[in-house]
Write a protein that binds this ligand. Structure first.
Ligand code: ZN
Length: 341
């Protein structure tokens, strides 16, 4: 399969040969440094990587908090910021996983939003709006939901949020909204406190429970299930499969890797997965995946049953305010209604 590799085999071969011809034009004494960039170091021909050719590899990783802070400083030099209004470090904290281009885009969006409102400078509210837009998709204000759809969405998102609040090691809930964005009817956004480079089994199990929390709430409160959870289920299934096949996190299957991978890394896409196990093992894997998902579903339901008052309160508040944030959630956790807007 060639999908995703950018160009057919012949084309790649040609580019490679051209590069080699070019490189052979240099001898060791010429002080010329040739640099190339790729997202697929795993498929580079070894001929390219021999000494004297591309023999040094520099990994350019996703920037960390300080990196993002510095990148933001550079990009915001080009725009007029309202003095003392914007804290770039806070923005850097709220944008884990973003790379330089994403941050440039965020700054650009904020500037556009400010100019659309005919403001002379860009302030914090523009950055907040830009961040929501970039992270959660554009608000679709023209999409009219029926009252029932709104109610289902409110319970669905509140379900995610409540499970997240009471799951060990889960990332804090940053914002919950029932304003349709992108292709989703609502969004629950969690932001990690620190950047994580490895994940514990507890964290991943909590994440699965949070994903199942949406449907669990629909089922528990409205006694119906909708297609709204299809994306949650798809993502949860793929994580559960990786737990079993890649991360050795299944007690039954043990710390084994199933299926050799000739790919991945690149945008997290699976290009080719080579099966190196029996039909029997395949069935055991499937069973394990199903049981992990079912457990996550049960965990989510248990939490929601225990915290049903909070679930009702949050859904009501979502119906009233459409979007709630961390500080609103704190108020709700003390059993009070939020007073705002
Ligand atoms: Zn959902």
């Amino acid at each position: 399969m060639e999908a995703g590799l950018g160009g057919g085999h012949d084309e790649r071969e040609q580019t490679l040969n051209q590069l080699l011809v070019e490189l052979d034009g240099f001898d060791n004494s010429s002080s010329v440094i040739v640099m190339g960039a790729t997202n697929r170091p795993d498929v580079l021909d070894s001929a390219l990587l021999r000494p004297g050719r591309f023999d040094r590899q520099v990994v350019v990783d996703v920037p960390d908090l300080n990196g993002r802070h510095d990148i933001l400083k550079i990009h915001t030099k080009k725009i007029k910021i309202k003095p003392k209004s914007v804290n770039l470090l806070d923005i850097a904290k709220g944008t884990p996983g973003m790379v330089g281009a994403d941050l440039a885009n965020l700054v650009n969006e904020a500037a556009l939003l400010a100019s659309r409102k005919r403001k002379a400078t860009v302030d914090n509210s523009d950055f907040q709006e830009a961040q929501d837009k970039v992270l959660m998709g554009v608000q679709i204000k023209s999409m009219v939901l029926s009252d029932h759809e709104k109610k289902v969405t409110a319970y669905h998102e509140a379900g995610h949020a409540v499970v997240a609040l009471f799951s060990p090691e889960a990332d804090p809930v940053h914002k919950v909204t029932i304003i349709p964005r992108g292709r989703a009817l609502g969004v629950t956004m969690q932001l990690p406190i620190d950047e994580k480079h490895g994940y514990s089994k507890t964290y991943i199990l909590s994440r699965l429970a949070v994903m199942m929390g949406g449907r669990a709430a629909e089922d528990l409160i409205l006694n119906e299930i909708t297609t709204g959870a299809s994306n949650d289920i798809e993502r949860a299934t793929s994580i559960a499969r990786r737990m079993v096949c890649e991360w050795g996190m299944s007690d039954k299957m043990g710390p084994m890797a199933f299926g050799k991978k000739n790919e991945e890394i690149f945008l997290g896409r699976e290009i080719q997965s080579h099966r190196d196990y029996s039909e029997e093992t395949a069935q055991m894997i499937d069973h394990e995946v199903v049981s992990i998902i079912k457990n996550a579903q049960d965990t989510a339901r248990k939490i929601l049953e225990e915290k049903i008052d909070l679930l009702h309160l949050m859904a009501e508040e979502l119906l009233e305010h459409e979007t709630i944030d961390e500080s609103d959630i704190k108020v709700m956790l003390s059993g009070k209604k939020i007073s705002k807007k």
